[in-house]
Design a protein around this ligand. Structure first.
Ligand code: CAA
Length: 240
């Protein structure tokens, strides 16, 4: 039986590439999404991967959503916590709402979804959790106090939970993508984006598939000795 993998935010951007890569590696994939029905339907048509709509920021919705996935596809053995948002503003202009939205999705979302699959992984003695953090959780970024804090939090979450999963066959790792060619990065004003690209030694944005490659590596059954680690893929922009 193929292992079941749940990818949050799995219908667009990096999540889209991760869903497809896991499917191609033989997993049964469930792609979660938060709100964009049009993109989710197009993704489903294109890939044949089933989509599940729920907000990772809502604990009860995550409980219902994961139950639905497990009833339809089977127990989740691989969880990729990819869903994330930005609300960029210099700190003096950032509202409490912009802070809360980003923290609730990018950090509390990891608690909300992982908490649903963790007991089953412990019982079965197997699990793979891959958290998509960011270069900006490692180095900080002007205009992203909320996002950088959430993504740095994801790294703490990863390292602490890895220690709890170790004896149960569950690995917990993080991937830190740099700037990739996704809608999220395309939202950055063009001149600012060009300044960012100028700081990337490989001279270009990353491709979502290059991040998906990191995820399939960490999700593999053979990756059982890798836990609590951070895999960086940023074109050499920040070396940590
Ligand atoms: N360092 C220092 N100063 C900077 C700066 C930087 N990196 N970026 C902007 N500034 C300065 C500008 O020079 C300008 O200064 P002056 O006022 O002296 O001219 C000032 O900040 C602009 O301030 P504003 O109040 O006008 O800013 P704004 O409200 O228009 O917001 C911003 C600007 C939203 C922060 C915009 O600069 C921006 O989008 N920056 C990029 C943020 C970024 O990298 N986001 C990543 C999104 S992708 C992602 O997050 C994925 C991932 O994981 C990598």
């Amino acid at each position: 039986m193929a292992r079941v993998a749940l990818v949050t935010g799995g219908t667009r951007g990096i999540g889209h590439a991760v869903s497809v890569a896991l499917r191609d590696a033989g997993y049964t994939v469930a792609a979660n999404y938060g709100g964009n029905d049009e993109a989710a339907n197009a993704f489903k048509q294109e890939t044949g991967i089933p989509v599940y709509k729920f907000s990772v920021a809502d604990y009860e919705a995550c409980a219902d959503g994961v139950k639905r996935i497990e009833n339809e596809l089977g127990p989740v053995d691989v969880l990729v916590n990819n869903a994330g948002i930005t609300k960029d503003k210099p700190f003096h202009k950032m509202t409490k709402e912009q802070w809360d939205e980003v923290i609730n999705t990018n950090l509390t979302g990891l608690f909300n979804v992982t908490h649903q699959v963790w007991p089953g992984m412990r019982e079965r003695g197997f699990g793979r959790i891959v958290n998509i953090s960011s270069i900006n959780g490692q180095k900080g970024q002007f205009g992203q106090v909320n996002y950088s804090a959430s993504k740095a939090g994801d790294l703490g979450f990863t390292k602490a939970l890895a220690q709890e999963g170790a004896k149960k066959g569950i690995t917990v790792n993080a991937v830190c993508p740099g700037y990739c060619a996704t809608d999220m990065v395309m939202k950055v004003p063009e001149e600012v984006r060009q300044q960012i690209i100028d700081q990337i030694p490989v001279g270009r944005l990353g491709q979502p598939e290059e991040i998906a490659r990191c995820v399939t590596f960490l999700a593999a059954d053979e990756a059982g000795f890798i836990t609590g680690s951070t895999l960086t893929a940023n074109g050499g922009q920040y070396l940590d």
